[in-house]
Design a protein around this ligand. Sequence first.
Ligand code: MF3
Ligand code: CO
Ligand code: CO
Length: 275
Amino acid sequence: MEDIRGRVTKDGIRIYEDADFAGMRAAGRVAAEILDMVGDHVKPGATTGSIDDFIREEIVRRGVVSATIGYKGYQHASCISVNHVVCHGIPGSKVPGRSSDVLQEADIVNVDVTVIVDGWFGDSSRMYVAGTPKPFAKRLIDATHEALMRGIAAVKPGNTFGDIGHAIQSYAESNRLSVVRDFCGHGLGRVFHSPPNVLHYGRPNSGAVLEEGMFFTIEPMINLGRPETKVLADDWTAITRDKSLSAQFEHSVGVTATGCEIFTLSPLGKFHPTW
Ligand code: MF3
Ligand code: CO
Ligand code: CO
């Protein structure tokens, strides 16, 4: 009856136990190790399909499980979102606006990987660049990374989910960027997506109160233009309505007594594309 240990808050958020952090740490580490290897594959002339093949082979080689293959009919080991694709880009599909899935010089690329290790989910994404980014693209990537880290800095018991969203939104908007409203972070643990919805915008002191033992992702999508998105006819690929560039970084975190633990830190210190 292992599954009924622990408790769920009035907001429906599961509180995990101390021992569960080890499971999340192991799962997050595998996701991060794979993302550390992806950078070498993101270059002009590479295809998103080939990058996903590499990720799937790494998952198999490590004896772990892809959380995305078979999830709601999704068929791939990663989501690969290029330029104005906000999230859920399908590897091997045409880059929107192009005739193929071949990456070109200065493309900005989010790769999102979720693995299951001993039943625990590790979910993370990062930005990569094929070649050298344009200055405005670099500015978007830097600000999106900083927005995520400011959101994470707001994670501690007694703070609220609104505090996290506010930290992200206020930083992004002060840089004249916009926060996507149509997608959010999520609780995870022994499931992929669970309460709460982790919004990347909000008001201080609003929303559910953070407690030690909560596990969730923070994964802001930030646009150079307007925040609105639309999902293409493939039912997955989300793009910016105004075709402006979009960036995203994602970590899986757990609330500790004094702050939080990031489960998906890069073992090689390569979380940001310029590192
Ligand atoms: N990893 C994504 C997230 O951050 C979800 C991908 S679901 C998929 O929640 F089916 F599109 F892969
Ligand atoms: Co996620
Ligand atoms: Co993800």
